[in-house]
Design a protein around this ligand. Structure first.
Ligand code: PNS
Length: 175
C-alpha cells in the first residue's frame, strides 16, 4: 500500500491546502494529513482545532486521514510507515526552503522521498498568513477558505480581541 504524508501547520487550512489534499489523494492509496503540533510557531488555532477543520473539509475523501505530530517529520513518517512526503510549491520563493527540507529528510532516511506538487494557479498567491491578515481586519475571506470554516476563523479573532480588551483598562494600559 502506498501511504503518503502531507505535513503542515494548516493554521488555518486554505483552498490551496484542499487542492493539494484532493490531488494527492488521487495519487496514493492513503494520504495522512499531519498537523505540526509546535507551540514555538505560536499558532492561532490549537492543534485540536486545526485537526477538526481538516476533518470537516476532507469528509468526502475516504482515503484521507487527519493526524498530528510532534518533533521531527521524518520520525513521524517512519512511525506511520509513510514512504512519501508530499509538499506543495507555489512559487520559486518556496523552492529554497522546500529543497533544504527535502534533502535534510532524505539524508536522515533515504527510504522516504519527497514529492512536490505545483499548487494550482488560482491558489499560487494564497497562504494561511494572508488569510489571517485579512480575517484579523474583518475582511472577506470567502475566496481563501471554505464557507463552513469562515465563521470559526472570524470567531477566533473575536476571542483574541476580547482577550486583548480584557487585559487593558479604560486608559488603554495593561491590567
Ligand atoms: O505548513 P508549513 O508551516 O510550511 O509546514 C512546515 C513543516 C511542518 C512541514 C515543517 O516545519 C516540519 O516538518 N516541521 C517538523 C520538524 C522537522 O522535521 N523539521 C525539518 C528538519 S530540519
Amino acid at each position: 500500500m502506498k501511504r503518503a504524508i502531507y505535513p503542515g501547520s494548516f493554521d488555518p487550512v486554505t483552498f490551496g491546502h484542499i487542492d493539494m489534499i484532493e490531488r494527492s489523494a488521487k495519487i496514493v492509496d492513503e494520504l495522512v494529513v499531519a498537523v505540526l503540533n509546535n507551540s514555538a510557531k505560536n499558532p492561532l488555532f490549537s492543534v485540536k482545532e486545526r485537526v477538526s477543520m481538516l476533518e470537516e473539509i476532507t469528509k468526502h475523501l475516504p482515503n484521507v486521514k487527519i493526524t498530528f505530530f510532534d518533533g521531527l517529520l521524518i520520525d513521524y513518517a517512519r512511525k506511520i510507515d509513510a514512504a512519501i512526503i508530499i509538499r506543495g510549491l507555489r512559487a520559486i520563493t518556496d523552492f529554497e526552503y522546500e529543497l533544504q527540507l527535502a534533502q535534510t529528510n532524505r539524508i536522515v532516511d533515504s527510504q522516504v522521498d519527497t514529492i512536490f506538487l505545483t499548487t494550482s494557479l488560482e491558489y499560487a498567491y494564497l497562504s494561511s498568513t494572508i488569510v489571517k491578515e485579512v480575517a484579523s481586519y474583518g475582511g472577506d475571506i470567502s475566496h481563501f477558505v471554505p464557507e463552513q470554516l469562515m465563521e470559526r476563523i472570524y470567531q477566533k479573532y473575536a476571542e483574541v480581541r476580547n482577550r486583548t480588551d480584557a487585559k487593558h483598562d479604560c486608559n488603554g494600559s495593561e491590567q
